[in-house]
Structures are given as structure tokens and as C-alpha cells.
Design a protein around this ligand. Structure first.
Ligand code: MG
Length: 379
């Protein structure tokens, strides 16, 4: 029988992320889920124990529900990693234990298998990769010696016979700090056996590590208003010389309405009509830049920022290309992004349909948002 222990009791304070880095999402899953699932899918794993910090016990209880093929439970961690692992080891039912860091979400089933195969042959199996950088031994300010050929970067998973790793831990004295289990095992039992690790199996430690996995959301919006005499034509917050203007409750800036809907849609919020109903007198002849600003502040509450926007205006007349730079400038100022992040194009519909008959102007907008990972503002 094989027990997997996923260590997740650390607070990850080095990542400078508010909350717990294991609760950060990569794509649609949290780091912890990604670290758990390969163990759940691997048929050689009979039970999973997750060490958790008391502070995050409830959140982790929810997350481990993603494990559906394997019995799973949470164990409250201790003061240090060493104590947390020991707590989990005392709960193991397997005669083989495979220990994995919850902050390594890219572990593969193949690597799990390789570590378990190594235990069967050598009694232990520790995932390691060659070091890319030369390792220096220093006294803090000066390098005393350098090494590379005899150094390995040690990853997890690390698999052991339960009896041997418990034996190793029984020798650990108070105040003795180990950053991994191979260290404890090699110190008190025997040298642990090297398994070829995987360079992709990185540990997410610092906020920079998360920057490679941006949390992105796209959104789309569309709007069309009728063209009538006696109204100003405003598109993208820019007044355009024409003998007709767009009709509507607000200033009828269809381009900004499409943009507002794209922003709201990317954040899975409701649409412009819900937040700014045309039944509300407050919005009578309103400057539509207000809607964009309000939408942006709703996004800010979700830590969402605009990466770029791409928009199309469909109008038979007037010719809008002379206004391209002015509209682009207006949109980039409004969105708080550089002009290089705003694309705008204009098209007629070659005389076809409502737009072609100059009865109205239609606009389409796309946006891409990125969620800021709630980084602590350092003083
Ligand atoms: Mg509208």
C-alpha cells in the first residue's frame, strides 16, 4: 500500500502574495489542486494525506474534494515542515510513502511512477535535476568554493519505505531544521537514491515564478445605435463632424458601450443595461466614458487590469479613419493602457444592411484582462 503526503502547511510568505500561494490559480485550477491530481489519477497511490496550516483548514477542505479516486484527508501541520511531515507520517497506512511539495503543481504521473519504482529497487527514490547554475559555498560575502558536477537540485516527489523514513525522523532533535525529507533520510538512514526529475516540475516560491502563468480573461461586446438628425456623433469619447448623430438615452457612444460590455463580460459580470439602465434619469445624455470608468472600478475590485483592447466600428458614413489616432488616444487614456495596446479599425458594410443604408452605426469590442495576483504592496 502506498500513501502520498502532500505538504501544504507552509504559509508561502516568501512569495509576497496575500493569502496562500497554493490557493492561487493557474488556468482554472489552484496550485494545490494541480499538485494533488496526478497523485489522485495514479493507480498505485492508495491514500493521500495533505498537511494544512490551521488558518487555511477550511479552504483546503474544499479543495481536496477535487480528489475523487483516492481516499484523502487533511492533517494539521506543525511549527516547521519537519513537524508537519512527521504528523502526516504518523497517520500513514501505507508501507511506502511518497512525499510531494504542494507548491510543485507540474508533477507528472510518470515522475511519481519513477520514484515508486526506485523505492521497490533501492528503498528510496528522490527526484533530482542537474543544477544549471554553478553552486557556490560562501561565508556570506566571499565565495570559498564552487561546485556543479557533483551537485543536484533536489525536487519532490521523494519516496521512501515508511519504516525507514519514520526511523530517520525519530532521530531529528528539537531545533534541527531540514528543508526536505531526503535530507533527514540521508542523514540518519542511508544515502537516498537519485531519480531523474523533470525540469518542468518547478516549485513556485516567489511572485516572479507566478508571472510565467498569467491569469487572463477575454471579453467581447457589441452595440448599435440609430443615426438621426439633430444629435452629436460621439465615438470613443471623441466628437465627430457629421450631419447626423447617434440616438440613445445617454450620449449614445456605441463604441464605448461595446467596450463597457466587453470589460464586464471578461469579468463574468452582468451587462451594461443591468448596471446603467436607460430607465435611470441619471444617465440621460450621460458621457459614456462614465460607464467605462465604472466598469473599470468593478474590475479593480477583482484585481483585473486591461492588457489590450481591439475594436471595430461599422459605419457607411462619415469616413472615420481621419479620427483613428484621436479615438485611439481617447480609448488608451480611458483604459489606462498605452496606445500600442489599443487597436481600432473602421469598416463600411459596402452599402449592405442597416449600416449600409446609414440608418445606424455598429461597434464591436474585444478586451483581454489580466488578474494581478494580489501582491503585497511592500513599504
Ligand atoms: Mg448602447
Amino acid at each position: 500500500m502506498v500513501t502520498a503526503i502532500i505538504t501544504a502547511a507552509g504559509k508561502g510568505s516568501r512569495a509576497k502574495i496575500k493569502g496562500n500561494k497554493l490557493l492561487e490559480k493557474i488556468g482554472d485550477k489552484t496550485v494545490l489542486e494541480l499538485a494533488l491530481l496526478p497523485f489522485d489519477y495514479n493507480e498505485r497511490i492508495d491514500e493521500i494525506i495533505v498537511t494544512a496550516n490551521e488558518e487555511y483548514y477550511d479552504e483546503f477542505s474544499e479543495i481536496i474534494k477535487c480528489v475523487t479516486n483516492t481516499p484523502v484527508k487533511l492533517v494539521v501541520g506543525g511549527e516547521t515542515r519537519t513537524f508537519s511531515v512527521l504528523n502526516a507520517l504518523n497517520e500513514c497506512n501505507g508501507e511506502i510513502v511518497i512525499i510531494h511539495d504542494g507548491a510543485r503543481p507540474f508533477v507528472t504521473e510518470e515522475l511519481i511512477d519513477a520514484c515508486l519504482d526506485s523505492v521497490a529497487t533501492y528503498g528510496s527514490g528522490v527526484a533530482c535535476v542537474p543544477t544549471v547554475d554553478t553552486i557556490g559555498v560562501t561565508d556570506g560575502d566571499f565565495i570559498r568554493s564552487t561546485h556543479r558536477s557533483d551537485c543536484l537540485s533536489i525536487q519532490t516527489p521523494q519516496a521512501f519505505l515508511l519504516s525507514e523514513i519514520l526511523e530517520a525522523y525519530s532521530h531529528v532533535s528539537d531545533g534541527e531544521i531540514f528543508t526536505d525529507d531526503a535530507g533527514v533520510y540521508s542523514r540518519y538512514v542511508k544515502p537516498a537514491h537519485v531519480v531523474e526529475g523533470d525540469k518542468r516540475n518547478v516549485k513556485l516560491t516567489f511572485k516572479e515564478d507566478f508571472e510565467k502563468y498569467p491569469d487572463l480573461y477575454c471579453g467581447t461586446g457589441f452595440d448599435m445605435h440609430p443615426l438621426i438628425k439633430g444629435r452629436k456623433l460621439i465615438l470613443g469619447g471623441v466628437e465627430i463632424a457629421h450631419d447626423k448623430g447617434l440616438d440613445g438615452h445617454s450620449d449614445a457612444d456605441a463604441l464605448l458601450h461595446a467596450l463597457t460590455d466587453a470589460l464586464l463580460s471578461a469579468a463574468a459580470l452582468k451587462d451594461i443595461g443591468f448596471y446603467f439602465p436607460d430607465s435611470d434619469d441619471k444617465y440621460k445624455n450621460a458621457d459614456s466614458r462614465l460607464f467605462v470608468k465604472e466598469a473599470l472600478s468593478m474590475l479593480a475590485e477583482k484585481n483585473l487590469k486591461v492588457k489590450n483592447a481591439s475594436l471595430v466600428v461599422m459605419a457607411q458614413k462619415p469616413r472615420l479613419s481621419p479620427y483613428a489616432e484621436k479615438i485611439r488616444g481617447s480609448l488608451s487614456a480611458l483604459l489606462g493602457v498605452s496606445e500600442n495596446s489599443v487597436g481600432i479599425s473602421f469598416t463600411t458594410t459596402e452599402g449592405l444592411g442597416t449600416v449600409g443604408r446609414e440608418e445606424g452605426i455598429a461597434c464591436q469590442a474585444y478586451v483581454l484582462l489580466e488578474r494581478d495576483r494580489d501582491l503585497l504592496k511592500m513599504p
